[in-house]
Write a protein that binds this ligand. Structure first.
Ligand code: ATP
Ligand code: MG
Length: 453
């Protein structure tokens, strides 16, 4: 439900309005300017109903004007509806000149007021949508299913997505971590004929091998110890929709065979089941490793690669999309400023220089995180380089040992520390962290459970 803020010093009126409007809106109410502004900043309502005569001087409008001014300075698009007495023509006029959306004269008739409020929300939403479209069409900026870009590399990506979306073939999305693989998969789904069906993502690298098979294909009751009931897998959930297999390079050999069989025959078998189940799902897969290398090393089936990679979509690194960095930075700045209720206008010249020259190993995700951090940290209306957190050393503390620690305690501490940092370094990719630590994936899972990671 949309949020509506009511500001009136009269308790009875507040109660009456709240009672009358709560069916249609989430109603917040405040009795003075301070409370009103605090609610406003916290909840960011699109529409405010404001009585100008607020304490400490209820008979004047000064406090009400101040409140109106602050609300509009914070969020100029807010629709503020002024409630006035009979003889307050001049003050009403002034409020409208200051940017109030509309006014309403006491005594309040709930049905009439409802019409005005409803129209205010409607207008707000239209303006917002217009702004979004305007941003998308702004100069050369292009948006496709939530992906933004204007450099030639991304325009190529968009053009491929448009072409493949409606064709129902499998797509393999290749790109480094944080380049937007999942976003691209969702864009393809949302533009396909399956858009009203489910989009089912599963990360093949994040689920222990022993569980992955029944996650994907489901299992019959009694298929193995612990299989107390029949379970549908992700394939079946994706019926009439799209199954997104993230980190396909991590798919174990036996499941590669099952996937290949699905791609050829459109049927699957649950673990412990004999029945062939027909599933109508489109496969989109993603990987951040070079599949050709995995094929050479015998880890990935060549025949599966040919089936699944009928169309390959390559997402460029962010460092290869220099022309998009400020576009994305501004996009994230607007998004997080609104989210955290901050008024930040832009970036200083040195911040721009930094953003454009940095190498972005974590790609768009890193950019998004850094801008989010900057919006939270910034104390002025301009983002400066230090807000972006480039100068800080990694915050992780070195392991320290206290006197009187047993050898076992010390060992545990080092073990935990090494596991955390390896998992972090690989962005939560357990398989890679296990390789680095020189242990098997199940062992790493056991250790993580033991240390409560
Ligand atoms: N072109 C883009 N425009 C706007 N936002 C983007 C774009 N590309 C990526 N993002 C945002 O960056 C973040 C990372 O994107 P996404 O999760 O799709 O990347 P990924 O390639 O799947 O990463 P990983 O390999 O780490 O799983 C998301 O929050 C996404 O919304
Ligand atoms: Mg991803």
């Amino acid at each position: 439900m949309e949020k509506l803020l009511i500001v009136d010093d009269n308790n009875d009126i507040r109660k009456q309005l709240k009672w009358g409007l709560s069916k249609d809106y989430t109603v917040l109410s405040a009795g003075n300017a301070k409370e009103a502004l605090a609610f406003f900043r916290k909840h960011q309502p699109k529409v405010v109903v404001l009585d100008l005569g607020l304490p400490p001087h209820e008979s004047e409008s000064a406090e009400g004007f101040r409140c109106l001014e602050e609300i509009l300075a914070d969020a100029p698009n807010t629709k503020v509806i002024i409630i006035t007495g009979n003889d307050e023509r001049k003050t009403t006029l002034k409020a409208v000149q200051m940017g109030a959306y509309d006014f309403y004269q006491k005594p309040v008739n709930l049905d009439e007021l409802k019409v005005i409020i409803n129209r205010a929300f409607h207008l707000y939403n239209i303006e917002e949508e217009n702004l979004r479209l305007h941003l998308a069409l702004d100069s050369k900026t292009t948006e496709l299913g939530g992906m933004f870009g204007q450099c030639s590399e991304m325009l190529k990506v968009f053009s491929t997505i448009r072409k493949v979306a409606s064709s129902d073939v499998s797509v393999l999305i290749v790109g480094d971590s944080g380049t937007g693989k999942e976003l691209a998969a969702r864009a393809i789904h949302s533009m396909s004929l399956r858009k009203d069906g489910p989009f089912v993502p599963i990360n093949c690298g994040a689920i222990p091998e022993s569980l992955l098979e029944s996650e994907l294909f489901g299992h019959e009751k009694g298929a193995f110890t612990g299989a107390h009931t029949q379970l549908q897998g992700k394939f079946e959930y994706a019926h009439k929709g799209t199954l997104f297999l993230d980190e396909i390079g991590e798919l174990p050999a036996n499941l590669q065979v099952k996937l290949l069989r699905f791609l050829q025959e459109k049927t699957i078998q649950r673990v412990g089941g004999r029945e062939d189940i027909y599933v109508d799902a489109r496969i989109i897969a993603a990987t951040n490793i070079e599949i050709s290398k995995a094929i050479q090393e015998g880890k990935f089936r060549e025949d599966l690669y040919y089936r699944i990679g009928v169309i390959t979509l390559n997402l460029p690194k962010l460092s290869q999309r220099k022309g998009d960095i400020m576009l994305l930075s501004n996009l994230f700045l607007r998004k997080f400023s609104a989210e955290f209720g901050k008024k930040i206008k832009g970036f200083s010249a040195s911040a721009v220089e930094l953003l454009e020259s940095y190498n972005w190993p974590g790609n768009v995700r890193e950019l998004e995180n850094r801008i989010q951090r900057a919006v939270i940290m910034s104390e002025s209306s301009i983002i400066e380089p230090h807000d972006l957190g480039f100068t800080e050393k990694p915050a992780r503390q070195k392991v320290t040992f206290q006197n009187g620690m047993t050898l076992k305690e010390a060992r545990d501490k080092v073990e935990k520390e090494m596991i955390i940092s390896a998992v972090e370094r690989h962005n939560g990719n357990i398989a890679k962290a296990a390789v680095e630590l020189g242990i098997s994936r199940p062992t790493l899972y056991d250790l993580m459970r033991k240390h409560g990671i």
